[in-house]
Design a protein around this ligand. Structure first.
Ligand SMILES: OCN(O)CCCc1ccccc1
Ligand code: NI
Length: 184
């Protein structure tokens, strides 16, 4: 099971590398990789289990964060009523289209690989068309907006060696750019 000790932190060069695509059919190793990353998210979102295993809750986890430089990310986005908005392990995810409209979470973002708070608006795209392959090699092309779109962009950033605070305006971190909405 993935524990916090398995998650690499800022300074580890893997976090700034461009991860490699996986090939299909997936090796058993790449299947297991996706499974254990999703397991981490499920356990981390269960209050009791997260406490038991000292896990920081996460709505996404990218393979580079466990020092595996492959284009694989698990996403588990709950609704505030506990239902699931989006859940899947994304293999070779790719953003096909981005809206002109931008978006940022009101409370900013954090990262399991960043052990500090970095305040400021993380400016992202509000709506995306996402292409990815699932564990069975099936191609998916879906539209996401608002919170799930933000999470997927955060994870795909990890595959390209980008961290959330790279998107914060250093001079004025809380300036709201034109054409940008705040997501509560
Ligand atoms: O890479 C995943 N991870 O560091 C966990 C936090 C994910 C996340 C947090 C805030 C907004 C979008 C995504
Ligand atoms: Ni992260």
């Amino acid at each position: 099971m993935i524990l916090m000790k398995d998650i690499i932190r800022e300074g580890n060069p893997t976090l700034r590398a461009t991860a490699k695509k996986v090939s299909f059919p997936l090796s058993q190793e790449d299947r297991d990789l996706g499974k254990k990353m999703m397991k981490y998210l499920e356990v981390s979102q269960d209050e009791k289990l997260a406490e038991k295993y000292h896990l920081r809750a996460g709505v996404g986890l990218a393979a580079p964060q466990i020092d595996v430089s492959k284009r694989v990310a698990a996403v588990l986005v709950p609704d505030n009523d506990g239902s699931i908005v989006f859940k899947d392990v994304l293999y070779n995810p790719r953003i096909l289209r981005e809206s002109v409209k931008r978006a940022a979470l009101n409370e900013g973002e954090g990262c399991l690989s960043v052990d500090r708070n970095v305040a400021g608006l993380v400016i992202r795209t509000d709506r995306i068309t996402l292409e990815y392959y699932d564990v069975n090699g099936e191609r998916h092309e879906i539209k996401l907006e608002n919170y799930p779109a933000i999470v997927v962009q955060h994870e795909i950033d990890h595959l390209n060696g980008t961290l959330f605070y790279d998107h914060i305006d250093k001079e004025s971190p809380f300036k709201l750019p034109e054409n940008t909405i705040i997501i509560e």
